[in-house]
Unconditional design. Structure first.
Length: 158
């Protein structure tokens, strides 16, 4: 059934996207603790009475700041997150307050890892499978609706 093809295509795409996003985080050097990459996941959910699907990408909420950066002059980031990072980097204890102040003052440069990963996956075979799955699903929906319309005695096709 074509809608099952759509679900499978979304699952393949989700898996490939998560993998590409992890590689982009590595390239950007933005996952010192490994927590962000470990949090990456996806879910394919049936919606609209099972007639369509939604692909949901899951990650720690700070992926937003890694991707979009932080503007200079914003409030300080949570100290605990910086403490974890300082520990992993082997930096001296107590430096996290200075780092938080610096981030607040100077901001953080954006990485655009989300868009870069999407661009990478769009050139892969998984995207072509997604396109094929969507096309098959659309064909199935149109066919089902036309058959339903043709059974209605008030509608005639010429």
């Amino acid at each position: 059934m074509p809608k099952d093809l759509l679900k499978k295509a979304l699952e393949v795409f989700g898996k490939d996207y998560i993998e590409a996003l992890g590689k982009e985080l590595d390239r950007a050097g933005k996952d010192a603790t490994g927590n962000l990459k470990r949090s990456l996941d996806y879910k394919v959910k049936a919606t609209g009475f099972g007639t369509s699907y939604t692909l949901q990408i899951l990650a720690e909420d700070y992926l937003k700041y890694v991707d979009e950066g932080r503007r200079a002059g914003a409030k300080q980031p949570p100290i605990q997150a910086i403490k974890d990072w300082v520990q992993v980097k082997g930096l001296p204890e107590g430096i996290e307050f200075a780092i938080a102040k610096s981030i607040s003052k100077k901001g953080i440069k954006k990485t655009e890892v989300i868009a870069k990963a999407l661009k990478k996956v769009q050139t892969d075979a998984s995207f072509r499978k997604l396109e094929d799955g969507v096309g098959d699903w659309v064909d199935d929906v149109i066919t089902d609706n036309l058959i339903g319309l043709s059974k209605n005695k008030n509608i005639t096709f010429k």
